[in-house]
Design a protein around this ligand. Structure first.
Ligand code: SF4
Length: 429
């Protein structure tokens, strides 16, 4: 979501004459768009600002803006602690950044804009042309969350659930597709809770996008198991452009820990959703997020997670040691032993990596459909992804960017597939 927000911030500041520079000392404004989901995010922001201050010691001070969830969570504290910061802007207010910069230039007065102004944000973003011209593009359809998992800052930094209007999303999608985008990834902190006016759900958006002729692939992320409704699961049967990979975080395989986390579902419920998904599309793969060492997690709880991972066989998953986020209920809990946490994380990551590698090996010598996204920066090779998002490095040329091709996979490692064979174009569905 931050990538999407950063691109929109750039679209807005370009309207008041700003352009990107790759030469740091040429910049007269820095926007640090921040994420607060992991520990140390705040310290990283101060470190980066320290580096800017050092680089500009003998130069004119640039305008320094901190946007995103760290700005929302820390607010005025940031300006007090680091006077080099001129402006903090929360994630629901960044649409105002152009006006705020002009205002700052006139008054030279520090600005703190951390209101939840999400309706106005999306109304304004709809009117700003999206300048990204990529093969794959994000569209934010929903923000905020009402689930209040005990470890998570999102309900506090992004606010309550809000769904964009159906027509706004479809217009943005059509605009992107007419600019060459071939894959759309619908985004939301709790994307499958999308509900516009009790009339349009995530399934309504997917069905509408499936009818856009030039669009080739649809994905959505991130979903909560509780919101995996039957109409949405049916889309994996009926919408051929919806890719067969679902990111469905579970966080732990232990019912006790899920309860402590306030996840509002248990492992049996999660298994029942996986079963329905497999019935809807036998090729579907699942990826997930795991928190290891949540306060109160015992060895038995961890083994429940290992058991669940082995039963489901996840791909492309993320796993982290629990890190307390200030202001959340979990932050008050006593931490588990760190050495034990590190040991458990290694065991889990090893199992997840083995699944990935085993899955990648299944592609060897087989033909596979790839959407070519871009040329690699440092090599004469191209980058694309399979239907289940596995990166593929292949031989191609610029004319093939944005095309669906069939390639034979000649080698692989734990993360990537490689092809050194001739590519064949995939016929339109
Ligand atoms: S459902 Fe996701 S975004 Fe919402 S509180 Fe839980 S972890 Fe955070």
């Amino acid at each position: 979501m931050n990538e999407y927000d950063s691109n929109r911030i750039y679209d807005i500041v370009s309207l008041i004459g700003y352009t990107k520079t790759l030469v740091k000392k040429e910049a007269d404004c820095f926007v640090l768009n921040t994420c607060h989901i992991r520990e140390k995010a705040t310290e990283k922001v101060y470190d980066e600002i320290g580096r800017i201050r050092k680089d500009f010691k003998n130069l004119k001070k640039p305008l320094v803006v901190v946007s995103g969830c760290v700005a929302q969570a820390e607010s005025n504290e940031m300006i007090k602690r680091e006077p080099y910061i001129d402006m903090v802007i929360g994630p629901q207010s960044y649409h105002k950044i152009g006006d705020l910069i002009l205002d700052y230039e006139r008054k030279k007065k520090k600005i703190n804009e951390t209101e939840f102004d999400v309706i106005n944000k999306f109304d304004l973003l709809e009117k700003i042309s999206n300048s990204q011209n990529k093969t794959s593009s994000y569209i934010t359809i929903q923000e905020g969350c009402d689930k209040f998992c005990n470890f998570c800052v999102v309900p506090y930094t992004r606010g309550p659930e809000y769904s964009r209007s159906f027509s706004q999303v479809i217009n943005e999608a059509k605009n992107l597709v007419s600019n060459g985008v071939k894959e759309i990834i619908l985004l939301g902190q709790n994307v499958n809770a999308y509900n516009f006016n009790n009339k349009y759900k995530l399934s309504s958006l997917i069905i509408a996008l499936n009818n856009i002729t030039e669009l080739k692939r649809i994905r959505f992320t991130t979903s909560h198991p509780k919101d995996m409704t039957d109409d949405l699961i049916e889309c994996f049967t009926n919408c051929e452009k919806l890719m067969p990979l679902l990111h469905l975080p579970i966080q732990s395989g232990s019912n006790k820990v899920l309860k402590l986390m306030n996840r509002k579902h248990d492992r049996e419920y999660y298994f029942s959703i996986i079963e329905k998904l497999k019935k809807a599309n036998e090729n579907i793969k699942i990826s997930s997020d795991f928190i290891v060492g949540y306060p109160g997690e015992t060895e038995k709880d961890f083994q429940d997670t290992v058991d669940l991972v082995e039963k489901v066989g996840f791909l492309n998953s993320y796993s982290f040691i629990f890190s307390p986020r200030p202001g959340t209920p979990s932050a008050k809990k006593e931490l588990n032993n760190i050495e034990e946490n590190i040991k458990r994380l290694k065991i889990l990551q090893n199992i997840l990596e083995n699944f990935q590698y085993k899955n990648n090996k299944k592609y060897l010598s087989k033909n596979c459909e790839v959407l070519i996204e871009n040329k690699l920066e440092k090599e004469e090779k191209y980058f694309g992804r399979t239907k289940t998002m596995i990166p593929v490095i292949l031989d191609a040329d610029d004319s093939k960017i944005g095309e669906l091709v069939k390639v034979k996979i000649t080698s692989c490692n734990k993360k990537n597939l490689f092809s050194s064979h001739k590519i064949n174009k995939v016929k339109a569905a």
